[in-house]
Each structure stands twice: as structure tokens, then as C-alpha cells.
Ligand binder design. Structure first.
Ligand code: ADP
Ligand code: MG
Ligand code: MG
Length: 898
């Protein structure tokens, strides 16, 4: 079996489409070689070896790989004319991780591997640059120490031991920047670093280059299982089995002086999607200096540089002198880089995020990948590329990640409110959106208040979880490609980075801007589209859904077979969903309508009545309320079907439990408080979810079904008179037997007939059922004889199929997910394997007796992309979901169909 794949000098054993085996980074390094982009030579150890390593352990894996790795090293030696471990002409390499899906900052990279006390002298002599050689050496020990030898501190309070040493030397010498260390300082640092390693680990720092290499390879494999990586995978649904590849690659140096540099670039704007080449670089720097936010990075293009300076309040003179663009400092290289980015985008037909290094006037590419982007940028880029005919309609649709559309649907700052808001500071518009919240300074405290803004000097991968929880992220340091910016864009979270005039005091938990001090818990607002930070809360308004978003929806409707309805209980929700393109209501719950104002009183009276007469009297009071509600909702969805579910929850949920309310009710009904109390106690159930609820209520008290039917039919007739096209569909909940459905359907039809006679007018209506009890799916062929439609209520169906109480699952589901009993929460993502069978079977049996039976789904799953795809495959007619998920479902339905 082949485990190692080499690349270099315009040829490669791998290709872009081998990302499963080589990881994204490795596959693209190979591909770049094949299309003539300059890439330092190297090799990739496949992801399969990661799995082997996890099974076999270190020793056996080294044995498996030894021959192939040694000959791959020889391959690099040949292409570079250097030798691994040779002190006169050394080969130095980087060891990099690379999973199938990019996991930014999750796995650790080691640079400058191959250095030791002798090689460093050789490197100094060969390059004539002693400072560079020693700087590279101290970085290597630092990275290797942290990543491989476990020198990284455990807790957030502890400083990195190497940084501590450096800070102390800086203090002694009275210097501030790493670049100010003299050669002797660096030599001193190396000695101190090695001592620190010896002291902490009890072992000497490895000097043999192969020992170093094997240690690094194993560390990359180990990092696949570190907590950060595991968390990221959870968050993004990446399976643990995939494993990471290891890339070993000849070093190129961006830190060899002023004609060397390193940087990252995007072929388009990752925040807005505009087709503007952009990025950041640092002269005389290596690797992650740009991303880490240690020095202020400079812009690649002149235009970008000017815009940046404006946002930072820096004059053009100061900008040109202190922060010139690459276009100005290295025009030739800039031109070459510009051409490379064009070539890469054309080749991959998607926005690319690239890493490059310039070594003494020569450009090298170190990575390219499809760039992370915000929801807005995702839509714009796909639609632009579609219009430019770079990709076709179907590809454009498949490019889009449905759940990311969500970012486009939420409020933005109201422009008037923004104009009058007090601007505290301005940073870079790192990730767009509007965020308002209370300040917190530590990622693990992001849940301290309901809405928080995480404020940090800079963020690191440890902060991931907190960044996810916070509404927005504000950093004092770091550019558009800093960790905070990249991660925030990936999450679709509002972020302002590099707001330089903010001073943080973590210890005091304060943020100072000018002479104003803000404390933890103070409210601020962030505008991720302009980089502005405002005092207090700022008003927001509805987003614009035309333009590119409209085009996406248009294309979706062209391809989708299923239609999308919404779950809505109020005219307001119905209208929101309609704006988002919902074609009908799949579930209108009536019980919420009973809680408002006066209604609850009449409802309680109905429940507590001891006779049918008493119940009817109370129901008569409820009728006008219900009719009014139904008129509102049927009108809001005029022209489309509205599925109204009859009363479903256990009655106990409506009765008063407090003494005072019980007393008032007793007075109103003219009974004693004891009678009320007894009835309340009577209604108490051991297991209300499996108790007296759903159609069981309508069967024991048919007058409830009568009243609700009357309200629905009368509402529809009233609307018809006004010229409104009302299309009610009455749904019987919690049916498990044919008889249950049949009896309720009879009550409904009888009542409708009566109302039609009274009014001398008619409308069309449907009567169907929710399939949410496993038995109903099994006897679907019987039920379908009488039913006009089925709607799978997958919340209850999941609850009853698994036997997990929805309300108590919080106690064990997290453990189940942690231990891998379940891969995902079945209440969020439809369990296709189990619950899915019931849906398939129910649909098939139902349609076996009624070919044109309308079938839909109305649980939470109706807006979850993988579940929507399942519904398409199973032949459902529609999915129904909450209003804000309608666009997501429309796109998912289209993706399932193309
Ligand atoms: P990440 O996935 O966190 O970006 P990378 O493996 O891409 O990790 O590398 C981290 C940094 O080191 C990047 O800036 C990259 O460009 C740089 N780097 C990696 N390999 C080399 C190399 N062979 N020569 C120079 N720089 C390198
Ligand atoms: Mg990288
Ligand atoms: Mg239900």
C-alpha cells in the first residue's frame, strides 16, 4: 500500500480530487504543482496512516513508514540540492497537518525542522545571515517545544514558558519587538529555551533531524484528537474517523531580510463577496506572524491599503511611509502574485484563500483552499460566478450552504439609529452583521449574560467555543486575516478586529478608550460591515431580501420538487414566512391561542366544567376568539393551504395552580375553591405526554372539535365573502388507530355541513392527520382511506420511536453524543435509519390506497438540510418549518433535486 505521495518542480503523485486521501492541503499542494504554480517540494503522508497510527501506536507506524519517508526526503533533497541534517548545506522542512475539510488553526504546524546547534551554524554560513539562522532556530525550538514536547501551558492564566523567557530578555535589554533581538540575544534564548525543555520534560531537546521529524509527524497525528480539534469537528459535523494527513515540505523563508515576506490573500472579499483581490503581508517575517496579530500586517493592494488607513485614521503620508502595500514595495512580485491568484480562481472556480512566502525576491505558494466566507459573501460569489458563466446554475446552487442563509435573514442596524449612535472606536470590518451585547473579556465567560460581546486583545483557537456563544467579537489587535476574523467569518458571526485605540486590562476586567473606561457587563454594539463600535444598544431593522438572495431563491424554486410551508401560529409569523417564500402553513397550533388575555379564563371554565352543558357554555365564549384568529391567519396565507391542528396538549397545562387564581375562577364560575382544586388534582397525570391529549380530547369531548371546526369553517366563509381565497386543512393530532381518525373526521364533516347549511354557502376544506405515533405509520393504509393528507409530526414521532421524552432528554442526550451512542441529536437531525423507516413506510402504505395522498412533514426537521434531502428522496410533497428556516428549506429542497 502506498502511504506517501511526493510533489515538487511541476509534478506530483497526488491531485486536487484526492483530498480524502491527502487532505485538502496536500491535495492542493499537489495540484498547484501540476498547474505550474511555484510550490516548495515536499510530500504528503495519507490520512489512512492517521487511522493506522491510532490503532498501532508510534513504533509500529514509524516502521511502516520508514522507507517511504526516507525516499521522499531524498526526493526533496534532490530537488533542492540540500541534505537533511547536513551541517554545511542543510534541508529544513515544515511539518503541517491537513484534514479533508479545512480546520483553520486547529492543528499545529512546525517550521524550520532539521536545525540543531551545528546545523544552525551551517545555515548562517550558507545564507550569510546569522541573525536569520538563529531566529529560525529559536522559533523552531519554541514551536517544537509547544507542539511536540508539551511545553504549552494548561490553563489560560499561565503564560507560555518561551514567551515568558523572551519577555524577560526584552525587559532586560529595554526592547519591545521580536525583531529587535540581536544575534547574541537569540543565541542566549536558544540556550534558555533548551534548559526550560530539559527542566520541564527531563529530556534533552532532540538533535537528530530524523528524531525531530518522527516526533513531529506523531504530534500531527496526535493533534487530530486534541480538544480543540474535537470541538471543531462537533461544531461542523466532521466525522472523527476521517483523520488528518501530514505534509512535509521544504522550508522557504520570509524572514531572510527586507526582500523577503510572508502573507495571506483572498481572491475575493470574504466578508462581502466583492470581486476584489485582497490580503495582508509582513516583510521579514515567517509563517503565522500575519495571522497571530503580533505585528500590524500591511495590505497587499494599494487600494486596500488606502481603505485600511482610512478606517484606522492614519494619514496617507504615514501609511505610505510605515505601512506600504506589496503593490508598492515589491511591484514585480505583486504582479506575479496577482496572476497566480487569477489562475487559481479560474482553475478551482471558487474563491481561494492562499498563503504565500517571498524568499529573497522569489514568490512561493504554500497553500490554497476554497476560502471561508460569510453567508452574504457565499451568496454573492456564487451568483457572480454564475452570471459570469464560470459555473452553471446547478453548481451555483450546490455551492451554497443552506444553513448559512440564516445570516442574511436577520436584522441589520437601522441606518438612522447608526447615524445618531456614538462611535467609540473603529476597527476593521472583519465579519459583517450587527451585534449588540454586554462586554465579556474571557471566552469561557461568553455565556455570562444573555447577549455578550467578547472583547479580546486577540483571539486564539482556545477561544473557539466562547466565540460561538457570543453575539459578536471585538479585538484590539490583528487584521482581516487574524484568527478572530477568519473564524468569525466562518461562523457568520459579527466581528470587528484590530480596533487599535482600545486598551484592555484583563485583570481589572476593563476596556479603556481614550479616557473612558468600560467594564464587564456594559453594553456595546458592533457593526461588522463598517468596523464601527458603538456605545450602548443600537436599533436594528429588517434586511433586504431582493438582489442576489432573490436570485438564489428563484433558482431554488426552479429545481425544487417539494414545496416549502411554514409552521406559524399567528398572522405575523405567517407574513414573515410568506416574505421568505413559504407556500402555505404546514402546522398552525391552536393551543397558543388560548393563553392570551381573557381567553384563558374561558378556556379554564371549559376545562373545569363538570357537565357537557357547562363545557358548551364556555366553548361558546371561545368561539369568537378562535374564529378571529383563524380569519387572521387564513387571510395572511390567502391562496395557499393552511393546516390547522385541533387542540393537542393535555388540559392540565391550562388550569390555574395558584391559590389566588383558583379563588378568582371559583368566584366567577360560582363554585367553591375546593371543587376547583379537586378538578385540578384530577387532571394531574403521571405521564402527560402519553396521557389525555391529542385526539383523545376530541373523542372524550367532541364539543371541543365541534367548536374548533365551526370557528375554522366560519372564518373561511367570512373571508370568502370578502373575496379572500381561504384554504383550510383541518388536522387531527395524535392519531394511532383508524377509528380515532374516523370518529373525529365525522364530527368535523358533520359540523362543516351544519355551518354550510346555516350560512347557505360552502368552501373547500380538507381533513387529514398528523402521523406522530408509530402505530399510525404502520396502519397508514387504513387511515388513508378517510384522510385527505398526512403530515409527519417528527418531533413526537421521534420522541415515541426512540422512547425519549423530549423534555427530559437534556439529561442524557449530551452524554449519548459524547460517548458516541448517537452521532447527532435526533430531535434536530431526522434519524433516517429508524424514524425515517416509519416515514417511508407510512407514505408508501398511505399512497397504496390513495395515490394522490398529500404528504408532508412539520417537525423541527422540516428546516434541517439533511432531513429535507431525505424528505425529497422519500417522495414527500412538502416540508414545513419555522419562518426563518423557510429559505434554508427552499435551497435544501433544490439541492436535493439537482
Ligand atoms: P494552518 O493550517 O494553521 O494555516 P499551515 O500548515 O498552513 O497551518 O502553516 C502555518 C504557517 O506556516 C502558514 O503561514 C504557512 O504558510 C507557513 N508554512 C508552512 N510550511 C511552510 C514552508 N515550507 N515554508 C514556509 N512557510 C511555511
Ligand atoms: Mg495554512
Ligand atoms: Mg405532536
Amino acid at each position: 500500500k502506498k502511504r506517501v505521495y511526493t510533489f515538487g518542480n511541476g509534478s506530483a503523485e497526488g491531485r486536487a480530487d484526492m483530498r480524502e486521501l491527502l487532505g485538502g492541503k496536500g491535495a492542493n499542494l499537489a495540484e498547484m504543482n501540476l498547474i505550474g504554480v511555484p510550490v516548495p517540494p515536499g510530500f504528503t503522508i495519507s490520512t489512512e496512516v492517521c487511522t493506522e497510527y491510532n490503532e498501532l501506536g508510534y513504533e509500529k507506524t514509524v516502521e511502516l513508514l520508514k522507507d517511504e519517508v526516507e525516499s521522499a526526503i531524498a526526493h526533496i533533497e534532490k530537488l533542492t540540492g540540500t541534505k537533511f541534517g547536513d551541517k554545511n548545506n542543510p534541508l529544513l522542512v515544515s511539518v503541517r497537518s491537513g484534514a479533508r475539510a479545512s480546520m483553520p488553526g486547529m492543528m499545529d504546524t512546525i517550521l524550520n525542522l532539521g536545525l540543531n546547534d551545528e546545523v544552525v551554524d551551517g545555515l548562517a554560513q550558507k545564507t550569510g545571515n546569522e541573525r536569520f539562522a538563529w531566529d529560525s532556530y529559536r522559533r523552531f525550538i519554541q514551536m517544537y517545544g509547544d507542539v511536540v514536547l508539551g511545553m504549552k501551558p494548561e490553563s489560560k492564566e499561565d503564560a507560555d514558558p518561551f514567551e515568558e523567557i523572551m519577555d524577560k530578555v526584552k525587559e532586560e535589554k529595554g526592547i519591545e519587538l521580536d525583531t529587535e533581538f540581536s544575534v547574541d540575544d537569540l543565541k542566549g534564548l536558544v540556550v534558555k529555551f533548551k534548559d526550560a525543555v530539559k527542566k520541564r520534560t527531563g529530556k534533552d531537546f532532540p538533535t537528530s533531524s530524523y528524531d525531530q521529524l518522527w516526533g513531529a509527524i506523531a504530534a500531527v497525528f496526535d493533534s487530530w484528537s486534541n480538544a480543540r480539534a474535537v470541538y471543531y469537528r462537533r461544531l461542523n459535523g466532521i466525522p472523527d474517523e476521517w483523520g488528518t494527513a501530514v505534509n512535509v515540505q521544504a522550508m522557504v523563508f520570509g524572514n531572510m531580510g527586507n526582500n523577503s515576506a510572508t502573507g495571506v490573500a483572498f481572491t475575493r472579499d470574504a466578508a462581502t463577496g466583492e470581486n476584489i483581490f485582497n490580503g495582508e503581508y509582513l516583510i521579514n517575517a515567517q509563517g503565522e506572524d500575519v495571522v497571530a496579530g503580533i505585528r500590524t500586517p500591511q495590505q497587499i493592494t494599494l487600494e486596500g491599503s488606502r481603505r485600511w488607513a482610512r478606517l484606522q485614521g492614519i494619514s496617507e503620508e504615514e501609511r505610505a511611509a510605515k505601512y506600504p502595500s506589496l503593490e508598492e514595495t515589491m511591484p514585480e512580485i505583486y504582479k506575479e502574485l496577482f496572476e497566480v491568484q487569477e489562475k487559481l480562481e479560474k482553475h478551482y472556480k471558487d474563491m481561494q484563500d492562499l498563503e504565500f512566502t517571498i524568499q529573497e525576491g522569489k514568490l512561493w505558494l504554500l497553500q490554497t483552499r476554497n476560502g471561508k466566507r460569510t453567508g452574504a459573501a457565499m451568496v454573492k460569489i456564487a451568483m457572480d460566478m454564475y452570471r459570469d458563466k464560470l459555473i452553471d446554475e446547478k453548481t451555483a446552487l450546490l455551492r451554497l450552504e443552506p444553513s448559512k442563509l440564516d445570516e442574511l435573514l436577520h436584522p441589520v442596524f437601522d441606518s438612522l439609529a447608526v447615524r445618531s449612535a456614538k462611535v467609540l472606536a473603529t476597527g476593521l470590518p472583519a465579519s459583517p452583521g450587527a451585534a449588540t451585547g454586554q462586554i465579556v473579556f474571557f471566552a469561557d465567560e461568553a455565556d455570562k449574560y444573555e447577549q455578550t460581546i467578547l472583547v479580546r486583545t486577540e483571539t486564539s483557537p482556545e477561544d473557539l467555543e466562547g466565540m460561538h456563544v457570543a453575539r459578536g467579537i471585538l479585538t484590539a489587535r490583528g487584521g482581516m486575516t487574524s484568527h478572530a476574523a477568519v473564524v468569525a467569518r466562518g461562523m457568520g458571526k459579527c466581528c470587528v478586529s484590530g480596533a487599535g485605540n482600545i486598551k484592555l486590562d484583563y485583570h481589572a476586567r476593563t476596556m479603556t478608550i481614550g479616557n473612558r473606561v468600560y467594564k464587564e457587563g456594559d453594553w456595546i454594539s458592533l457593526n461588522g460591515s463598517t468596523g464601527e463600535v458603538y456605545e450602548g444598544k443600537v436599533e436594528t431593522r429588517k434586511p433586504d431580501l431582493s438582489g442576489d438572495f432573490g436570485l438564489v431563491m428563484e433558482l431554488s424554486d426552479k429545481f425544487a420538487r417539494m414545496s416549502v410551508r411554514t409552521n406559524a401560529d399567528t398572522p405575523k409569523d405567517a407574513r414573515i414566512a410568506r416574505d421568505f417564500g413559504a407556500k402555505g402553513i404546514g402546522l398552525c397550533r391552536t393551543e397558543h391561542m388560548f393563553f392570551e388575555g381573557e381567553r384563558i379564563k374561558a378556556m379554564r371554565e371549559m376545562i373545569l366544567a363538570s357537565t357537557t352543558e357547562g363545557r358548551k357554555k364556555a366553548l361558546a365564549k371561545l368561539l369568537p376568539y378562535q374564529r378571529e384568529d383563524f380569519e387572521g391567519i387564513l387571510e395572511a396565507m390567502a391562496g395557499y393551504g393552511v393546516t390547522i391542528r385541533l387542540l393537542d396538549p393535555p388540559l392540565h397545562e391550562f388550569v390555574p395552580h395558584q391559590q389566588a387564581t383558583q379563588k378568582a375562577l371559583a368566584e366567577e364560575m360560582g363554585v367553591t375553591i375546593e371543587q376547583i382544586r379537586n378538578t385540578v388534582a384530577d387532571l394531574e397525570e403521571f405521564n402527560p405526554m402519553l396521557g389525555h391529549r391529542g385526539c383523545r380530547l376530541g373523542i372524550t369531548y367532541p364539543e371541543i372539535t365541534e367548536m374548533q371546526t365551526r370557528a375554522i369553517i366560519e372564518a373561511a366563509l367570512n373571508l370568502k365573502k370578502k373575496g379572500v381565497d381561504a384554504r383550510p386543512e383541518i388536522m387531527v393530532p395524535l392519531v394511532g388507530t383508524f377509528k380515532e381518525f374516523k370518529m373525529q373526521a365525522e364530527v368535523i364533516h358533520d359540523t362543516a355541513k351544519k355551518v354550510f347549511e346555516e350560512r347557505g354557502d360552502k368552501i373547500d376544506y380538507l381533513v387529514g392527520t398528523m402521523i406522530e405515533i408509530p402505530r399510525a405509520a404502520l396502519v397508514a393504509d387504513q387511515i388513508a382511506k378517510e384522510a385527505d393528507f398526512f403530515s409527519f409530526g417528527t418531533n413526537d414521532l421521534t420522541q415515541m420511536t426512540f422512547g425519549y421524552s423530549r423534555d427530559d432528554a437534556g439529561k442524557f442526550l449530551p452524554v449519548y453524543l459524547d460517548k458516541g451512542v448517537l452521532k447527532v441529536d435526533p430531535f434536530q437531525v431526522l434519524d433516517q435509519e429508524g424514524v425515517g423507516q416509519l416515514i417511508e413506510l407510512g407514505t408508501k402504505r398511505g399512497r397504496s390506497v390513495k395515490k394522490e395522498l398529500k404528504v408532508g412533514i412539520c417537525g423541527e426537521h422540516g428546516g434541517e438540510p439533511s432531513s429535507v434531502e431525505f424528505c425529497h428522496r422519500t417522495g414527500l410533497d412538502y416540508v414545513s418549518c419555522s419562518p426563518y428556516r423557510v429559505p434554508i428549506a427552499r435551497l435544501s429542497a433544490a439541492q436535493a433535486a439537482v
